[in-house]
Design a protein around this ligand. Structure first.
Ligand code: F6R
Length: 611
């Protein structure tokens, strides 16, 4: 949610910032801007994607070795040139970029208005930069001190980076609740919302913590807390290759990431699935095994696609571990005075590890004494830091805004966690445990098989690309798959889609069914199969356009529809990991055939760091 990029060093700042903003564009792309110091501070901003800013700046003299850049996902104020960042202070001395939300901006604005301040935008950022400016002017202090004073009054989440005309060799940055990483080069520093723009210059990075302030010159990085005490920066080596964040010959990141799934699933299993010793090795689970196996209840907290992984986990954990599970939308859990008892364990599922709704919800549960177990993709992310223990999904950077490989990795990790707890708790038989280990082990090859022939998916996409609405139905383990299929389609194609439990459909949504409505059943062979076939009959009788995801070799559904997508046979607990892949591809091909930007769908952002 908003991408931040700043540079100070010996290179021209603009090309570094522009390239970095393109890498961070998945975080927000309704407008972008840069500021540099060339005698005085110059700010350039443009509504639209970074390419539009680039075109606007073509041929302009942008010489500076220090600068800040921003790509925005609008919160306060519509996407426009004037609301784009950076924002200047009224005095013209400082320019600032910001990711996050200043919740008490209205009261600060009132104070500033009474002092004669004028605002050119609708943003909370412009209020904060002027608040800092005001402190600077009235206290004749350093900018660093003014930032410290201002942040003590600010309520909300932020990463800010400031450019100061009076100190043209220094950047000042601070963070609370939004991510900031500093890359350390030779005589240069890179500041970014994540490591992707930094990786091609250096692998040495420092992750800034909440309530820390960084004072950065080309050859100096000073970290302090808000009490002005120095902190020793903890320098880490990035474990990331450039190829992981490039398209690698695919038309879109989304397609690349769908096709990466055999590898990401393999990476997720590697070192954990111990077939030889019939065991699962997961340090995070083992470190908390007593609390996990004796949990009175597991509460899963997540949003969006991660919530769907949580719903699938509810079915799996209850079946294998016999522990009651509740799955909560993080944004609802936080605000409804939830009951968290001793002995409850919270599972926080998040790809980015930065989702504000999830972060705030688990902080609340943590205060109430719960064990927080993170299922996360991004190492060192905010949610990772507040979790007591956890398991990483190892899916690698996910750049496409719609989550694909992260979802299947979440399902794999959650299944392994459930199996490990069940084994320790002896709530699963040894034979069943071993059977599921082999099923997991076979996954990469089966995913490979689905991806090797997508012709049926492409032809269904071509037939349905102009639909106004879609219904996705599934039962049991396939119900979360139906929800995820519908979400993917909405995000990528802007076609309205609903996911529903297949049998619940007759209690209302069946009224929507006519010959124009595509109804996709996730109907692979499982305990519910016959019931699902009956539900398909009900749609067929009302002339809905049936599409079915079926188990290879299953001919029972051929009588209803030609629009069939076959997936390899798998145990019903494991099948959702396979079944979702054709639905990801269907959304992708429909989105592409509608001429849409599938990697950057409208109004969305990858990492939602506002509540
Ligand atoms: C959907 C999607 C979102 C995210 C949700 C949670 O494709 O990407 O629904 O799943 O915003 O994000 P994380 O998992 O980063 O907490």
């Amino acid at each position: 949610m908003c991408g931040i990029l700043a540079y100070v060093g010996h290179r021209e700042a603009y090309p570094v910032i522009l390239k970095g903003l393109k890498r961070l564009e998945y975080r927000g792309y309704d407008s972008s801007g840069v500021a540099m110091i060339h005698d005085s501070i110059k700010v350039y901003k443009k509504k639209g994607k970074v390419a539009e800013l680039e075109e606007f700046l073509m041929g302009k003299e942008l010489k500076s070795t220090i600068g800040i850049g921003h790509t925005r996902w609008a919160t306060h104020g519509e996407p426009s040139d004037r609301n784009a960042h950076p924002h200047m202070s009224n005095s013209g001395r400082i320019a600032m970029i910001h990711n996050g939300i200043i919740e008490n901006y209205a009261s600060i604005k009132q104070d500033l208005l009474s002092k004669g301040y004028k605002f050119n935008s609708d943003t909370d950022t412009e209020i904060l930069v002027n608040f800092i400016d005001d402190i600077l002017i009235h206290n004749s202090c350093s900018l660093e001190e003014a930032v410290r004073v201002a942040l003590k009054r600010v309520v909300g989440a932020y990463v800010i980076v400031l450019l100061d005309e009076e100190n043209p060799d220094t950047l000042i940055a601070a963070r609370k609740g939004s991510p900031l990483v500093i890359g350390i080069g030779k005589g240069e520093h890179f500041l970014a919302s994540d490591a992707s723009p930094i990786i091609e210059y250096t692998k040495e990075v420092v992750y800034i913590n909440d309530y820390e302030l960084a004072i950065i010159k080309s050859d100096e990085l000073i970290l302090k807390n808000l009490g002005n005490e120095k902190i020793t920066p903890f320098v880490q080596q990035l474990d990331l290759e450039l190829s992981a964040i490039e398209k690698g010959g695919f038309d879109h990141f989304m397609l690349k990431e769908i096709y990466e799934q055999p590898k990401t699933i393999y990476d997720c299993l590697r070192g954990r699935l111990d077939i030889a010793h019939e065991d699962i090795i997961m340090g995070g689970v083992e470190s908390q095994i007593d609390k996990l196996k004796h949990a009175n209840r597991i509460i899963i907290i997540a949003c969006g696609t991660s919530w769907h992984a949580g719903l699938a986990a509810e079915y799996i954990i209850e079946e294998l571990c016999r522990i009651p599970v509740e799955v909560e939308y993080a944004s609802e859990f936080r605000y409804r005075n939830p009951i968290v008892n001793k002995g409850d364990v919270i599972f926080a599922i998040s790809q980015s590890g930065e989702t504000a709704d999830t972060l705030v919800a688990i902080e609340r549960a943590k205060e109430q004494g719960a064990l927080i177990f993170g299922v996360l993709n991004v190492v060192g992310s905010s949610i990772a830091r507040v979790s007591h223990a956890g398991a990483y999904t190892h899916a690698g950077p996910e750049i496409g805004v719609a989550s694909t490989k992260a979802f299947t990795a979440q399902l794999v990790v959650l299944t392994m966690i459930a199996l490990k707890i069940a084994k320790e708790k002896q709530s699963v038989s040894h034979d069943r445990f071993v059977e599921l280990l082999h099923e997991l082990n076979a996954l990469p090859e089966k995913v490979e098989k689905i991806l090797s022939d997508v012709s049926s998916i492409q032809s269904i996409a071509a037939k349905t690309a102009n639909a106004n609405s879609f219904l996705y139905l599934g039962r049991g383990y396939n119900f979360p798959v139906a929800l995820e299929g519908a979400l993917k389609l909405k995000e990528i194609s802007y076609i309205h889609a609903e996911g529903y439990p297949a049998a619940e459909m007759k209690h209302g949504p069946i009224a929507l069914v006519d010959e124009s409505l595509p109804v996709l059943f996730v109907a692979t062979r499982d305990a519910y199969h016959e019931k699902v076939v009956s539900n398909m009959q009900e749609i067929n009788a009302r002339k809905g356009k049936l599409i079915a995801v079926v188990t290879e070799g299953d001919k029972t559904l051929a009588a209803f529809t030609k629009d069939i997508i076959a997936v390899p046979a798998a145990d019903e607990i494991i099948a959702p990991i396979l079944n979702v892949i054709p639905l990801q591809l269907l959304s992708y091909y429909i989105g592409v055939s509608r001429g849409l930007d599938v990697d950057r769908p409208r109004n969305l952002a990858k990492s939602v760091t506002v509540e």
